[in-house]
Design a protein around this ligand. Structure first.
Ligand code: MN
Length: 494
């Protein structure tokens, strides 16, 4: 059961210097705003934002995000305005709440909506990835309390979580979040398979747990003897949905799954990781071709670790995963690990820019995955690109858009006065075709009279087209009035 005391103590545990007064105030503010509302379960509504904030705190995120987590449903469900939130808790918290609200109730209704949802998620992510992290935490609690909702709604939310949220969490390297989203949804999407796989896992785990515990002790003793400082050494049970998918690939034979329980060894530095691998291989004979060095070659989502599978006690085939604490936290929390409390000195725009670069490739890869799904119509999403301002704000444009389209989507005056563009720090002409992920700075000249009608030959957005035309109309009329007509009239008369 979540509570404000539990939340505050989690924050203090992770960061003794955290300013928890503001968190308590945000809680009181949210509790007052939601005081007449109840969850479908009949519980007071505040339980939900508290659970959301608790998840964020456990991901070691900073208090700003935790505060936004507490306030995330206020704007949507109560009369409290964003201005009030900003006044009490600052612009950052308020803009995150706005982002979560905007993302709002995305609903899974067939392919078109699916693609539209993905697009919304990308726009929101590009604007501020913290919005997605809050949305994940929000969704996690909604999934945990799904049994209180009507069946059709349950299915829709579970499917959306499985098909949209979990893959994005995965791409953001948030392994723990992805696993939880999948397992909670799995239960509602394929209840029979869920029951079957849980039973297989439970039985196998019961059979092997004493052996594994013995192996763990023996291995730990050897590591210590070798002078390796073990930060943590524990067994982790594979997430059920991921086990289900693996079982499908192995004819449902649980004996072919070597990582149902993996031994996780956390050590201090990279040197110790390789040293630990040596100790483990000396103690247990490794299986051929099962040593994976994700440190030298990280997975595409950034995952780093050493994996090896060995013949253990009584021939028990067991996987070991070795990594540093930092790598471990990044594997569990992914992108969220970049936002945690101890990342001092790095300002938010910096983080945003790094993130923007990552996002461009993320979007490309995910779109390829979407294209690979059969029978998808891509009209909504295909043909859209995401371009960024130097501050990292995202502008969503049609394919083949130019700096002029970008300029007009920022502001009419920026469009009217633009004279050039710096794309990824290089100068380009105004008719250059933009690509997803470009970071764009528009160069304006305040003395420029207005847009050129030549631009109509290359602009893609109707916004830019309309602005250019309407400016041209205005100025032709004006020009006639002020220049041509009087002069001609004057000449005629003279
Ligand atoms: Mn919520």
């Amino acid at each position: 059961m979540p509570s404000i005391e539990k939340l505050l103590s989690t924050i203090k545990q992770i960061n003794p210097d955290a300013d928890t007064d503001m968190v308590r105030l945000a809680y009181e503010f949210a509790a007052t705003a939601h005081k007449d509302q109840k969850r479908a379960s009949g519980e007071p509504y505040i339980i939900h934002p508290l659970a959301t904030a608790q998840t964020l705190a456990e991901m070691k995120l900073d208090t700003n995000i935790i505060i936004a987590g507490l306030l995330h449903d206020i704007h949507e469900d109560t009369p409290v305005t964003l201005e009030e939130i900003a006044k009490n808790f600052g612009e950052e918290a308020s803009s995150m709440v706005a982002g979560v609200t905007k993302l709002g109730h995305i609903k899974y209704r067939g392919v078109e909506r699916y693609i539209e949802n993905l697009r919304k998620m990308f726009v929101a992510m590009a604007n501020d990835v913290r919005v997605i992290i809050i949305k994940f935490a929000d969704r996690l609690h909604n999934l945990k309390t799904l049994e209180h909702l009507p069946e059709a709604k349950r299915y829709r939310i579970a499917l959306e979580s499985l098909e949209i949220f979990a893959p994005i969490a995965n791409r953001l390297g948030m392994g723990d979040m992805k696993g939880q989203l999948e397992d909670l949804s799995f239960k509602y999407i394929k209840p029979e398979d869920y029951a079957r796989v849980s039973e297989i896992a439970r039985k196998k785990y019961e059979e092997s747990k004493h052996l594994l515990e013995k192996m763990r002790k023996q291995t730990e003793a050897e590591l210590i003897k070798a002078g390796i400082k073990v930060v943590s050494f524990h067994g982790r049970i594979k997430f059920l949905y991921s086990l289900y998918k693996k079982l499908l690939r192995h004819n449902n034979d649980i004996n072919k799954i070597y990582d149902l329980v993996a031994m996780r060894v956390i050590v201090e530095d990279v040197g110790d990781c390789y040293a630990a691998l040596g100790v483990i291989h000396k103690l247990w004979r490794p299986l051929k071709g099962r040593i994976k060095d994700y440190m030298a070659q990280p997975k595409p989502n950034g995952y780093q670790s050493l994996h090896t599978t060995v013949f253990g006690l009584e021939g028990q085939i067991t996987e070991f995963q070795i990594r540093t604490l930092k790598m471990h936290e990044e594997a569990e929390f992914g992108i969220a690990a970049h936002w945690n409390y101890d990342e001092n000195g790095s300002t938010i725009p910096d983080k945003k820019l790094t993130w923007v670069k990552e996002l461009a490739s993320l979007q490309k890869e995910m779109m390829q995955e979407v294209k690979d799904l059969e029978g998808l119509k891509l009209d909504v999403f295909q043909g859209r690109i995401f371009v960024f301002t130097p501050k990292g704000d995202v502008i969503d444009l049609p394919e083949d858009s130019t700096p002029v389209d970008f300029a007009y989507s920022i502001h009419t005056e920026v469009g009217n006065k633009c004279v050039g563009a710096r794309i990824n720090d290089q100068l380009f002409s105004l008719d250059t075709r933009l690509k997803s992920g470009d970071v764009l700075e528009i160069i304006t000249d305040k003395n420029r009279k207005g847009p050129s009608t030549d631009w109509l030959k290359f602009v893609k957005t109707s916004q830019a087209r309309n602005r250019i035309k309407s400016y041209a109309k205005q100025s032709i009329a004006g020009w006639f009035k002020t220049k041509i007509l009087p002069e001609k009239m004057f000449k005629k008369e003279s």
